[in-house]
Every structure is written in structure tokens, then in C-alpha cells.
Design a protein around this ligand. Sequence first.
Ligand SMILES: Cc1ncc(COP(=O)(O)O)c(C=O)c1O
Length: 372
Amino acid sequence: MIFVNKPSFSGNEKKYLLDCIKTGWISSEGKYVKRFEKKFAKFVNRKFSTTVTNGSVALEIAIRALNLKKGSEVILPTFTIISCCNAVINAGLKPVLVDCYLNTYNMNVSQVEDKINKNTSAILMTHIYGITVDVDKILYLAKKYKLKVIEDAAEVHGQKYKKKNCGSFGDISTFSFYVNKHITTGEGGMILTNNQNVYKYILKLKNLYFGKGLNRFRHQGIGWNQRFTNIQAAIGLAQLENIKKTVKKKHAIGEYYTKKLSFLSEKIQLPLTSIDYCQNIYWVYGILVKDNQRLAAKKVIKMLKKEGIECRPFFSPMHEQPIYLKMQMFKNKYFPISEKISKKGFYIPSGIGITRKEQDIVIKKITKVFEN
Ligand SMILES: Cc1ncc(COP(=O)(O)O)c(C=O)c1O
């Protein structure tokens, strides 16, 4: 089986991990946590950064940390991972959705302004699959209507929007270090901001709101234990040291697929290589089955699985999530592009550890599916 993701550990991962074990520093205390946080902040050009247990928690804490007015509205794309919408709901806020574009899968920024009203407090923008949101349009609206911006940069480590680093936009940004990300720590996440007060609040929220010094066990608020370990940070630091190489390899993986699969372009839509504001970084290599094909993505995924190729379907839009329907949310809301791509889209093995030989096998099997 060629798996949808295979990570790669070709730098100092082993060395740093052994150091943790030898020195006994394996909890959230330890030099690698601080080093990783500091280096990551510099990498994305933010003043403050702190690690957490995963990218979903990063979103939960980030939204809480902005202290948005209870019951106020947060605009976000329907085509995203459920972590985004859950974080809004769990913070006592109301999610308001917009559709996405057919070519980039990112939120349709032209639909945002219509959704803004006096109850809107923030916009959550998620960069999808390796191309970014058209960030300037969001920042312009946020400024015009005095809204906060949360940037979910989970999928875009090392990506740039108009030469500026992803993770540096808006009031607060979040990353995931799950195993399929450009930088992985197995599980893990990061929250970044330039606002010192927000940063201090995040530190309390992620660490049980412990008091200072001898007042450690006197808690002034309700928080969680969402601390990241020195072991995770040891891997993360080594991965971060290699990020330029990783991004280059990801470009090469994506461009090779495009070169070899373009002849099927009447039947499948391949991801954009670039758009005027960014180059694709191929977090995953997503393919859309065109309307002239009878096949739904689920069927293609099953066919490829039989051939030894593991693929995944695209996200299912928020307004169609069974749990939200049960909660009577997003009633009578339709977002045709997201609905379409969730049924027609799938992504193929494109992890950093994939070899050319494996890519050739994937290409051969996709060709077999679509040439018949
Ligand atoms: C855009 C986006 N945001 C958030 C997350 C959640 O991250 P995690 O899996 O680390 O909880 C993911 C996960 O892949 C994601 O793709």
C-alpha cells in the first residue's frame, strides 16, 4: 500500500530525542520547547509564540484568548476542517459561513462583506491544501469594520502570501504539527501573536491557569492542560531546521504529479501550480473529478485502494455536517462550490517521504482509473 502520507526524518531528530532521554527532560519543561517556540516565531515573523497539544486546541485557545463578545458572529469558510467551527461554537460564538472558490478551494472573500453586521466580531481564515486565502481582502475588511482576524495556518508551514509569511497575518495565528504537515511533531500545535497581553492570557489558558511562585496552586481562572512536551519539540526543532528543503521537496512532488497527470485534464482538475499572490506549496495534492465523469470521489478512492493506493476525500463542508444539522445549525444554507468539491475531490499520496518510484505507481494507477 502506498499511504496517503509518509513523514520524513532526515535531520537532527534522533540526536535531539536522544538528548531528551539522556538528560531526563521529557515533559513540557526543557530547552527544546523554548528553542522551538522561539525559532518558529522568527520563522513566521511573529513576536510571541507558544506550543500546544494540537492544531485544534490551538484554534480553541486562540479564539478564547481574543475575548470576543459572547454570542457574537465569526465568519469562516464552510470548506474547512471541523476544528475551526467547533472552536467558534465552543467559545460561545456563532459561526457564519461563506463558500469557497472552485480553483483554490479557499474561502470566497467576495462573500464576506455581505455577512458582516453589527454582531460580527471576527473572521477566521483557513488556508486550504497549500494555496492561501486572498489575505489582503480579509485584512482590508477587518480594518474597515474593526474585526479581529484569526489565521489558521495549519496547512501552510513555509508558505508565503505576496512574499509575507503565512502565520503572520491578523491578530492571532495557529498551526498544526500533525504527522501529515510540512513540520511534524506527531501531534502538536502552535499559537502566535504580536500582542503581549493576548500571549500572557494564552499561557494561562493552556496551563490550568496556574498562579505564580508559591501561589502556583491558586487558580484565578479556568484553563486546560494543553502543554507540549520536550520530546515533541525536539522533533519539531529538527524539522524546522529542514523546512526549506521540505518546501522544495513538496514543490517537486506536486510539480511532478502535475507534469505527469496533465494529459488527463479533460477528466480531472489538478491543483493550481500558482495564483497571482502565491505558489502552491502542496500540503496535499488534491484532485477534482470533472463533471463529465460519472465517478464520485468516493468511488475513485475505493478503486485506488484496490490498486494499493491510499487516498482521502476532501473536507465535508460545515453546513452539511451531521452533528450541526442535528443541532439545527446552518438551516437552509447552501454553498454550491463546497458541496460540489466535497463530493468530487480527493487527495493522493503526497507526504514528504514519498519516492519518485512511488509517485510513478500512483500516476499509473490514476491513469488506469480515468482512462477506462
Ligand atoms: C486547516 C486545519 N486546521 C486545523 C487542523 C487541526 O489540527 P490537528 O489535527 O493538529 O488538531 C487541521 C488538521 O489537519 C487543518 O487542516
